[in-house]
Design a protein around this ligand. Structure first.
Ligand code: 48H
Length: 270
C-alpha cells in the first residue's frame, strides 16, 4: 500500500490493473465494429467523427503514437494549414479558429486543428487506438473486406515476427494517406476484387496541381473494393489524381464523403 506514511490508499498495482483492465475493456469493445478507420489523419478523423456522431460503433487504428497524420507538419514544417471556405464549416463545428485569407481560403493553426479534430472525434464516440497498425484485411468468402488485421506499430519497427489479431468491421476506411496501404494490400491479396473498371492497378498520385487535386478529391472518395472505402490522400493515390500540398479542405470534405458512403452501406446492411 503506497509508500510508508504518505497516506495513499493505492499502490503500484492500482496503476497496473487500471491501465491493463481499462484498455482491455475498451479493446474488447472495439473488436466487432460498424466502421474501422485506418489512419488518424484529417480525412480519417473527420469520417470517424461523423460516423460516430450518427451512433455507429467506430474505431480508428493509428500506427503512430501521435494522431493527426500530415496536419502537424503544416507546409514545410510551418505549422499552418490552408482550407477552402467551402470546407470551413467542418473546422468550425469542432471549434477550430479560422483566419480569413485570400481567394476564398482561410488559415488554421496545425496544432489546434489536429488536437480539436481528434477531441471532437472522441467526443462523438469514436475510439482512437494509437500505436496499432493495420497490416492486412479480413475478407469473407465473397472477397468482401470484413475487417482489419492489426498488430502493435512497434512490432515491425523492432523487426519482430509476431502474429497479429483481427477485428471485424462492416465497413473499413482506408485513410492511410499517400501510401494507400490498405487499398494496395487488397489489390495484392485479392486479385480482380477492384470495383472500379477505370483502372486495373493502383497507379499512385500525380504531381502537384493544387486546384485540380482538391477539386477531384470528393468524387474520388468511394468504395474501391467491396467493403473498403478510400478517403483523403489515399483516394488521390488510387486514382492518379494530383497532389495539392498543404491545403486541407479536400481532406476534410473527403472524410465527410467517406462517412456518407459508409453510412449508406451500413444502412443497406441493417
Ligand atoms: C495504421 C496507418 C497505416 C496503417 C498509415 O497522411 P495522413 O494525414 O492522411 P490524410 O489522407 O487524411 O491526409 C493527407 C494529408 O495529411 C497530406 O498528406 C496532404 C494534404 N498532402 C498533400 C501533398 O501534396 O503532399 O494520415 C494518414 C495516417 C498517418 O497518421 C499514418 O501514420 C497512418 O495513417 N497510417 N495507421 N495502420 N497501415 N498506414
Amino acid at each position: 500500500m503506497g509508500f510508508d506514511g504518505n497516506g495513499f490508499a493505492w499502490d503500484e498495482l492500482t496503476i497496473t490493473r487500471g491501465i491493463v483492465q481499462s484498455f482491455m475493456d475498451d479493446f474488447l469493445d472495439s473488436i466487432d465494429l460498424d466502421a474501422a478507420v485506418v489512419g488518424a489523419g484529417p480525412s480519417g478523423l473527420t469520417a470517424a467523427r461523423l460516423l460516430a456522431g450518427e451512433g455507429h460503433r467506430v474505431a480508428v487504428f493509428e500506427r503512430n503514437l501521435h494522431i493527426g497524420g500530415g496536419i502537424w507538419g503544416g507546409g514545410m514544417l510551418f505549422p499552418r494549414i490552408v482550407i477552402e471556405e467551402e470546407a470551413a464549416p467542418l473546422m468550425e463545428e469542432v471549434g477550430i479558429k479560422l483566419r480569413e485569407w485570400e481567394n476564398g481560403t482561410v488559415i488554421a493553426d496545425a496544432v489546434e486543428s489536429a488536437t480539436k479534430m481528434t477531441a471532437a472525434a472522441i467526443d462523438a464516440g469514436a475510439r482512437i487506438m494509437v500505436g496499432i497498425e493495420a497490416e492486412d484485411v479480413v475478407v469473407d468468402d465473397d472477397n468482401r473486406v470484413r475487417g482489419v488485421v492489426i498488430n502493435w506499430g512497434a512490432v515491425p519497427a523492432a523487426g519482430l515476427h509476431v502474429d497479429p489479431l483481427a477485428v471485424h468491421a462492416k465497413i473499413v476506411l482506408d485513410g492511410t494517406g499517400h501510401p494507400c496501404e490498405l487499398s494496395r494490400l487488397v489489390e495484392m491479396r485479392v486479385p480482380g476484387a477492384c470495383i472500379d473498371s477505370d483502372f486495373d492497378c493502383i497507379p499512385g498520385e500525380a504531381s502537384m496541381n493544387a486546384a485540380a487535386g482538391e477539386s477531384s478529391l470528393v468524387e474520388n472518395t468511394r468504395e474501391i473494393y467491396p467493403g473498403l472505402i478510400v478517403t483523403g490522400m489515399a483516394a488521390s493515390a488510387v486514382t492518379k489524381s494530383y497532389r495539392m500540398g498543404a491545403i486541407f479542405g479536400g481532406m476534410l470534405m473527403s472524410g465527410q464523403r467517406a462517412a456518407e458512403v459508409a453510412s449508406g452501406i451500413l444502412a443497406d446492411m441493417s
